[in-house]
Design a protein around this ligand. Structure first.
Ligand code: AMP
Ligand code: ZN
Length: 471
């Protein structure tokens, strides 16, 4: 398997440190507001990576932090008269619920910064002891020039970093590029430390918590959105390697942004759309498919039409799967070899840095072949093979097979409009409306009113709903 490593800037062979185990750390949320689509983009990308590795028989240890000690949370708490940890817990719970709905597999550990102050302090002490950190009047700093590999991830030259950092003058720092490990602060939301009451810097929390749960071992994969590459991940490398003397991460994986009119979606830019809002109009499957149609490293521009079109594809995918499960074997029909090329291509593309858009193109080809085979027939072995492969692919993509009929708002509206012509559709769910339509058609056929029954069938077919007549 091949994976793009942001550290080298190359596609590399994926060989985890231990043969069958992959330790993944993904930078988690700062829960001070609702999760937005940009978060969904990043966490769905890692979910697919994790699902694929699981299918490839790796045991996954997934660690994802919760940044519950942060200025933005404190600010929000002040505004609302609540405690910072209450704010963090409230928004984290909300985010957990939407990520569940998005069928994102749970991490093994969700360490919170507020519950790991002891580990954070220990790591800062180690950094000072090893000569990379210094205590100053307003806190503890990491001395960037002491760590000669600084810039290895982001490719930033220290001279540039120095220039950028000069804008923010802080007399307590030895050098402008140094960054805070511990900030001495006053107020209610502070923690004790050997250097005075205060709060940890943001970067140190990821170093301390990732190392605690991986048991001080090099991480196979460390992930996050592209925005975190510098300075956050660069600083994580410096801190961890300075404290422990080990190589911090083998493969750095960064996701491209979700953008709105080509600008990054973020709370601070005020252009964010919450996941909750999108899920009011679209299914989780549609959103997952929409994201998977772009490679995880490329940016995706938010598009309602795009999500809607993905919803249509989901309908087709799930309908094909339903038909496949109901299909009776025909031993004169197409055999396994007729379908296997597309299945193999799906995996071939996934092996190439999780190339979901290409893998999906093969999957859609497979679906086309399956649909065109229903008439000619499919033999028993092929049916078994297809059912297994189809459900494996859906699992990797995280597409759920819901009992409820899945369709976009547009399709629902179209069905209701058709139904209204023939019956009363008030106060009925879309499942009930479809059942009623089926019932009506059975009755029409009993009455030998084939033209009306066919007319309804054709209308439904036009919007992608196929109803079969069993007799
Ligand atoms: P935050 O809560 O903003 O620290 O973000 C949590 C995770 O979501 C990080 O890995 C970010 O890189 C990622 N993220 C935030 N905004 C976006 C976006 N617009 N597109 C993709 N990923 C994002
Ligand atoms: Zn982090």
């Amino acid at each position: 398997m091949e994976i793009y490593n942001s550290l080298s800037g190359n596609i590399e062979r994926f060989t985890p440190i231990e043969k069958n185990k992959v330790v993944i750390y993904v930078c988690g949320l700062t829960p001070y507001d609702h999760a937005h689509l940009g978060h969904a983009r990043t966490y769905i990308s890692f979910d697919i990576i994790k699902r694929y590795l699981t299918k490839m028989n790796y045991k996954i240890i997934h660690i994802q932090n919760i940044t519950d000690v942060e200025d933005k949370i404190i600010k929000r708490a002040k505004e609302s008269g609540k405690k910072p940890l209450e704010i963090a817990e409230y928004f984290q719970k909300k985010a957990d619920a939407v990520f569940d709905e998005l069928n994102i597999l749970k991490a093994d550990f969700y360490p919170k910064a507020s519950e790991h102050i002891k580990e954070i302090i220990k790591m800062i002490e180690k950094i000072i002891e090893n000569g990379y950190g210094y205590v100053s009047e307003d806190g503890v700093y990491f001395e960037v020039s002491k760590f000669n590999k600084y810039g290895k991830l982001s490719g930033q030259k220290l001279e540039f970093i120095k220039q950028g950092a000069r804008i923010e003058i802080n007399e307590n720092k030895k050098n402008p590029e140094d960054f805070a490990l511990w900030k001495i602060e006053s107020g209610d939301f502070v923690f004790d430390s050997p250097w005075g009451k205060g709060r940890p810097g943001w970067h140190i929390e990821c170093s301390a918590m990732s190392m605690k749960y991986s048991k001080n071992r090099t991480l196979d994969i460390h992930g996050g959105g592209k925005d975190l590459s510098f300075p956050h991940h660069e600083n994580e490398i410096a801190q961890t390697e300075a404290a422990l003397g080990i190589s911090f991460v083998k493969y750095w994986v960064h996701t491209g942004f979700l953008t709105v009119n080509e600008e990054k979606m973020s709370k601070s830019l005020g252009n964010f759309i919450t996941v909750e809002d999108v899920l009011k109009k679209n299914s989780p499957n549609a959103l997952r498919l929409f994201f998977s149609l772009t490679h995880y490293r490329s940016p995706v521009d938010y598009s309602e039409d795009g999500i809607d079109a993905a919803g249509k594809s989901i309908e087709r995918i799930l309908r094909t799967f339903e038909k496949l499960k109901e299909c009776k074997p025909n031993n004169k029909g197409n055999g396994r070899e007729y379908f296997s090329n597309e299945v193999e291509l799906f995996y071939k593309y996934m092996e190439n840095d999780f190339d979901t858009p290409q893998a999906l193109a093969s999957f859609f080809e497979l679906i086309k072949k399956i649909n065109s085979s229903f008439e000619e027939g499919i033999d028993e072995e092929a049916l078994k093979y297809l059912e297994k492969e189809f459900s494996d692919i859906l699992w990797i993509l995280g597409i759920r097979l819901d009992k409820k009929i899945e369709m976009t708002e547009k399709t629902k509206k179209a069905i209701n409009e058709i139904a209204k012509k023939y019956m009363d559709t008030d106060n009925k769910t879309i499942e009930q409306v479809l059942d009623k339509i089926r019932e009506l058609r059975v009755n029409l056929r009993k009455e030998k009113n084939y033209s009306k029954s066919d007319e309804i069938r054709e209308k439904l077919k036009k919007i992608g709903i196929e109803i079969e007549d069993k007799n």
